[in-house]
Design a binder for this molecule. Structure first.
Ligand code: R5P
Length: 293
């Protein structure tokens, strides 16, 4: 391990220079992977825009029934036409997503904590690779707690899932966790997203932060951004626009869609930003029109 004394802060991110080594496939960092990996990535990310709108409804894995997600069986069919990817637990997907639904699937494969605990950073891999294959999962999501008490076990989980995914060409989505006592600075996200990427994931999920363009530039695989706590719709659209214009390849949004008074209009407005290049202002106008129909 390198000596940390006299360590220089990184500074040159070349944020305006496109990712090198991308000829042949539309997503950064995926060019050298095989057909199966690319096929799953092209199921998740729209090859035309290069981006994705993931709808995250995996909150039940540690929160139980959550406001807005009480009836997944009713909500998911309504949202399906307006998102690219469903991100959930195998229990929710098997019971509430019809197999005919032509959506890509991001399968949460780690768990082990609940809201009743103070420290959520200790998890296990709870889904066998065979079950991810049976479900035709397009990627496997692993919560990764950099800097937390459970860092070692979560990196162990992440490695096991990546290794299994490499055997069967299923991408891994490394989710950068932010526990309640963890920093949300660009310094933290640069460190955590890069560690997760260097472990070998094909997609990183993280949060918006100051200097997000540097976080995105330094991450050699596509980044998707979580919505985080519920914001006013206009602010959530601003967040989506902000990260998209700074190098994200999409969002993985939950509460800012399912806790909106108008989840369908919200999902559509987010899509306009992610796939059609709408500004947040244009998307807000669109949302207002749609929500009054
Ligand atoms: C975290 O990993 C959660 O389980 C959610 O998938 C994630 O936080 C995205 O949802 P939200 O936009 O509500 O933060």
């Amino acid at each position: 391990m390198a000596d940390l004394e006299g360590l220089k802060a990184s500074k040159d991110y070349h944020v305006d220079t496109p990712f090198a080594n991308q000829d042949g496939f539309f997503l950064k960092g995926i060019n050298h992977l095989d057909w199966g990996m690319k096929k799953h990535m092209a199921n998740i990310f729209n090859p035309k825009s290069g981006n994705t709108v993931m709808f995250a409804f995996d909150h039940g894995y540690f929160m139980g029934s959550t406001a807005g997600l009480e009836r997944l069986d009713l909500l998911l069919p309504q949202l399906a036409p307006y998102v690219d990817c469903f991100m959930g637990t195998r229990g929710a997907i098997r019971t509430c997503v019809a197999p005919e639904t032509a959506k890509s699937i991001a399968l949460r494969v780690t768990s082990g904590s609940s809201m009743l605990q103070d420290d959520l950073s200790h998890e296990v891999v709870a889904v066998d690779i065979e079950d991810a294959i049976r479900m035709n999962a397009d990627c496997m999501a692993v919560q990764t707690f950099i800097g937390a008490d459970g860092q070692l076990s979560s990196i162990d989980n992440l490695s096991k899932v990546i290794n299994a995914g490499m055997r069967y060409s299923i991408p891994t989505l490394g989710v950068c966790a932010v526990g309640k006592d963890m920093e949300r600075t660009d310094r933290f996200f640069k460190l955590a997203t890069r560690i997760i990427a260097e472990m070998g994931v094909q997609i990183v999920k993280t949060y918006d932060c100051e200097n997000f363009e540097e976080v995105a530039a330094a991450c050699p695989v596509p980044i998707v951004v979580a919505g985080g706590k519920k914001l006013a719709e206009q602010d959530a659209l601003k967040l989506a626009y902000n990260v998209m214009s700074k190098g994200a390849h999409g969002v993985d949004m939950g509460r800012n869609i399912f806790q909106s008074e108008h989840p369908i209009a919200m999902a559509q407005a987010v899509c306009k930003i992610v796939h059609e290049g709408y500004t947040d202002k244009e998307a807000w106008d669109f949302f207002q029109e749609e929500s009054h129909k």
